[in-house]
Design a protein around this ligand. Sequence first.
Ligand SMILES: [Zn+2]
Ligand SMILES: [Zn+2]
Length: 129
Amino acid sequence: MSAKRFTGHLPKVAWLTPHTELRGVFVGGCVERGVGSKFRALAHAHTGGAHRGFICFRSDKWLHVKAVWLHELAHVVTRSPHSPRWRQFLLQIGGTLDPVYDNGRCVLRSYHPRARVPTIQLAQEVSHG
Ligand SMILES: [Zn+2]
Ligand SMILES: [Zn+2]
């Protein structure tokens, strides 16, 4: 991996999960606040507002993890939090509700219905604690 980090709007050709509902992918911060803006999760999806249809990645470190794309894409398409509809769609497109690890780090926790889900906000969060 190069030390040089990609930031900004990710060109469509680099999207792992292109979809008609996916309008943009922003890397290195939130599209609403620009490069360098902080958020707690590794990635989140905008399901409403001016940037509905956008996925933001905190860093390009996670851009190769397809499970994260599918997780966020499912939010974009269903415009829904971690709901039954979201789960169904996620599984339909080949995503997982199981925890996902990358380089030994938990990048997605379990999203099975029995798992406790924290308060859902508009910007979806992926717990990494
Ligand atoms: Zn964002
Ligand atoms: Zn989520």
